[in-house]
Design a protein around this ligand. Structure first.
Ligand code: GLN
Length: 446
């Protein structure tokens, strides 16, 4: 079966795609990736295709141009399968915030696939593409990758252009990939990475050969085990599998040392102050005038058009974030929340800088638990936010991180380990990832 056929056959059941293209609509040019099929999270622009961001607001919005990352894949031969479902404007950890319905975890359809890139995670898992593009602002690639049992790569902030990515929190947003194999992730990153004049925050730094990193020896590398990431609340099976991954790295010749990232306990709070602040500013562009939905009736005033369009267009979680964000930026609270959170961000960055003085990479669980049940956390935003506890720190610091499948628990649910390195050292993620990856029985999902 082709990727296109898998996508079509499974979509009624799993809801991974918002749109599946006819094969040949986005064919890809001749090039090194002509064997590769790619699914694109519906927060990335593809000229001529709808771009909903999982929101009612953009139900009928069509992209006028193509995101640089997508274009670079097409230019090298990749074929685009479709646009994937996601939490509205990439806000969520379960894909239950999509205006177009939830996505189901293919290992157990009563469970969530994770979010916000849940559709992309599932597309890669079931073989509806070789690579699915996602975005990671606070774990939205790594967490669903861990829940679905695929490789989820969040490169360094600035490694891949954000041109054509609908902004959520601009100083955190990162484009990355889902794939069953590290090889596919390496090839896609090679194609997408590098400076783009259309994104001034994209890094003008040489892009190494990541495929070569996959055969690199890891002997004598030092792996830091951050003690704050192994505290209470971690499922025993998750802990055991991560311990096994550590043992594998030692067997491959690595040393492991315990390290401390002392400001870890502030990460979730810091993340939800700074990202809601940035989101409230970014989402102000959805006013019913410039993009997408415009409320039809009302008293005809500009204010009223704004209010009605936003009331109708945005879902509950997006409204919650806009309210939180405008609150922390309001004049009476700016210093207490926003300024303070920026200062804490600096301390968290410093934690990583210090840790990378003594080690080449950090090893942690990606998530404290395996995939939870649909409906389990939707009515408790705090419980949902706490699921991001191990993933938000890499976005706060801008450093690259990867989630690699390392096994399954007694219920057959996948478990992921996270590796984190210093900025622009994705090559080490690949080199170490190959030592711990445990490919899952994907054929059973067919
Ligand atoms: N779960 C996080 C949030 O809801 C992650 C979002 C993301 O990375 N896009 O903000």
């Amino acid at each position: 079966m082709t990727a296109f056929e898998v996508a079509k056959n499974r979509n009624a059941e799993l809801g991974a795609f918002l749109e599946i293209f006819e094969e040949g609509r986005f064919p890809g040019h001749d090039g090194p990736l002509s064997d590769m099929t790619v699914a694109v999270k519906d927060v990335l622009a593809l000229q001529g295709a709808r771009l909903t961001c999982g929101s009612k607001f953009l139900e009928n919005f069509e992209s006028l141009y193509t995101a640089t990352c997508v274009q670079r894949l097409i230019d090298r031969g990749a074929r685009i399968v479709g646009k994937t479902n996601m939490d509205e404007f990439a806000m969520g950890s379960s894909n239950e915030n999509s205006a177009y319905g939830p996505v189901k975890n293919p290992w157990d359809v009563s469970r969530v696939p994770g979010g916000s890139s849940g559709g992309s995670a599932v597309a890669a898992t079931i073989g509806a593409c070789d690579v699915a593009l996602g975005t990671d602002t606070g774990g939205s690639i790594r967490q669903p990758a861990a829940f679905c049992g695929v490789v989820g790569l969040k490169p360094t902030y600035g490694r891949i252009s954000r041109y054509g990515l609908t902004a959520f929190a601009s100083s955190f947003d990162t484009v990355g990939t889902f794939s069953r194999t590290l090889e596919a992730a390496a090839r896609a990153l090679e194609a997408m990475a590098g400076f783009d004049p259309m994104d001034s925050t994209s890094a003008n730094i040489e892009v190494p050969n990541y495929t070569a990193a996959l055969t690199k020896e890891v002997t004598s590398m030092t792996i830091g085990i951050p003690k704050e990431y192994f505290g209470e609340g971690i499922e025993p099976e998750v802990r055991r599998h991560v311990d096994d991954a550590r043992a594998k790295l030692m067997k491959a010749g690595c040393n492991t040392v315990e390290v401390s990232l002392p400001h870890t306990k502030y990460c979730v709070a810091d993340y939800y102050i700074l990202t809601t602040a940035e989101a409230s500013s970014n989402l102000a562009r959805f006013d019913g005038i410039r993009y997408g939905r415009r409320a039809s009736s009302g008293n005809g005033s500009l204010e009223d058009t704004y209010r009605r369009s936003r009331t109708e267009g945005f879902g509950r979680e997006v409204k919650r974030r806009i309210m939180l964000g405008t609150h922390v930026l309001s004049s009476g609270y700016y210093d207490a929340y926003y300024t303070r959170a920026q200062q804490v961000r600096r301390l968290i960055v410093q934690d990583f800088t210090n840790a990378f003085r003594t080690c080449d990479a950090l090893l942690t669980p990606t998530t404290p638990t395996t995939a939870f049940k649909l409906g389990e956390k939707v009515s408790d935003p705090l419980a949902m936010y706490l699921n991001d506890i191990f993933t938000v720190s890499a976005n706060i610091a801008g450093v690259p991180a990867i989630s690699v499948p390392i096994g399954r628990d007694a219920d057959g649910m996948p478990i992921g380990a996270q590796l984190i390195t210093k900025s622009f050292d994705e090559a080490t993620l690949f080199a170490l990832g190959k030592e711990i990856i445990a490919p899952l029985p994907y054929e059973r999902l067919a």
